[in-house]
Design a protein around this ligand. Structure first.
Ligand SMILES: Nc1ncnc2c1ncn2[C@@H]1O[C@H](COP(=O)(O)OP(=O)(O)OP(=O)(O)O)[C@@H](O)[C@H]1O
Ligand SMILES: [Mg+2]
Length: 339
């Protein structure tokens, strides 16, 4: 569905000295610096996949999405979406894509949501029966009904975002770009939006590219993630394998019996387990990698030596995994999995 081949994009940033003098000087001679936002990146995405596109602020995510959706033209390389080059054939591209830019609105500011939707129906030439079917479904999943008579400018952020999502999926697009759709929303709206995205993907095989800083979005929606850092892709693969590739991906919280005063890790575990003594009396955290050793093996060794009162096993959150990758830096495009 999406083919991205060696695309790059740079911006010219104009610099101006401060004050009136700077303004006048800038009239005659403009100084600028070149900012390379995206450097030679490639990936392909099959139909029906939800891909999480993540990276720190300024990494180049929005720039990539803008090139994929036809808003920007890459300096080199090529993008093909459903056989179309988006920035060359913007009209036919627009017919089969949908987009939500968390910071921008595609709805008409002064008119009620219902009328915005009607307008989109005409713009996209959506048949009446499809329009009604979709609107009914959106009303149900996104709880749109009470919002329809209200002008967009009077909606709260979360209400507006629910309408934006409905607008993006209204014409049954085959690809939808979601650039930070959950930014600034409360937990219950986030849950609604995730449910909606899941449902659309499942029912219509919609291909979805999602950028977000909310790792819960990623965990719940994306089986594949692409991580971009300073304009280059540093990881493209499955979420599960990414987690497994970190040094430690699970933690055992261990609570020893009151009679135990001291804890030393059994020597057999020295190479595979890291101990973190916590402040709470006799509660100890043991970090390990589930591919190298199992919780059962660790607990067997420990219970041979200590009286254990309780223990829990928790998996490392994706935040911690991504943090580790940012800090450690992976080989460019370390691809694990079948992509
Ligand atoms: N219109 C523009 N003109 C000049 N530079 C730009 C422009 N848009 C983005 N940049 C620069 O390009 C780089 C990448 O920006 P981009 O918006 O793609 O990042 P991002 O990954 O979406 O970040 P964020 O998580 O903050 O949204 C940044 O250094 C930014 O300053
Ligand atoms: Mg962005």
């Amino acid at each position: 569905m999406i083919e991205v081949r060696n695309i790059s994009k740079q911006y010219r940033l104009f610099e101006r000295d401060p004050g009136l003098k700077g303004a006048i000087k800038a009239l005659f001679k403009r100084k600028y610096i070149i900012k390379k936002a995206v450097k030679d990146i490639s990936f392909s995405i099959p139909k029906g996949e939800i891909v999480g596109y993540i990276g720190s602020n300024g990494a180049g995510k929005s720039t990539t999405i803008k090139m994929m959706s036809g808003i920007l033209t890459p300096e080199s390389g090529e993008v093909k979406v459903n056989g179309i080059i988006p920035y060359k054939d913007r009209v036919s591209n627009a017919k089969h894509i949908g987009a939500v830019f968390g910071q921008r609105s595609q709805l008409f500011w002064d008119i009620p949501v219902q009328e915005s939707m009607e307008l989109l129906k005409h713009i996209y030439e959506i048949p009446q029966d499809i329009f009604e079917r979709n609107m009914n479904q959106f009303k149900e999943v996104l709880d749109l009904e009470p919002l329809l008579p209200i002008p967009v400018r009077q909606l709260s952020l979360g209400q507006k975002m629910r309408c934006e999502l409905a607008a993006a999926f209204l014409h049954d697009p085959s690809v939808v770009y979601l650039d930070e759709p959950t930014i600034g929303l409360d937990a219950s709206v986030k849950v609604k939006i995730r449910e909606f995205v899941k449902k659309m993907n499942k029912e219509h095989q919609t291909t979805i590219i999602l950028t977000t800083h909310d790792m819960q979005d990623i965990e719940e929606l994306c089986s594949r993630i692409i991580i971009i850092d300073k304009g280059t892709i540093i990881y493209d693969g499955s979420l599960i394998e990414l987690k497994a590739s970190t040094r430690y991906n699970r933690t055992i919280q261990l609570e020893l019996d009151q009679n135990e005063t001291d804890f030393h890790l059994p020597s057999r575990l020295h190479h595979q387990v890291a101990v973190e003594n916590q402040e709470i009396e006799s509660s100890i955290a043991l970090h390990y990698n589930s591919l190298a050793i199992s919780a059962g093996e660790i607990m067997k060794e420990i219970m041979n030596m200590y009286q254990v009162k309780d223990f829990t096993v928790t998996e490392l959150g994706i935040e911690a995994v991504v943090q580790e990758i940012y800090e450690r830096g992976m080989e460019p495009c370390a691809s694990i999995g079948n992509y």
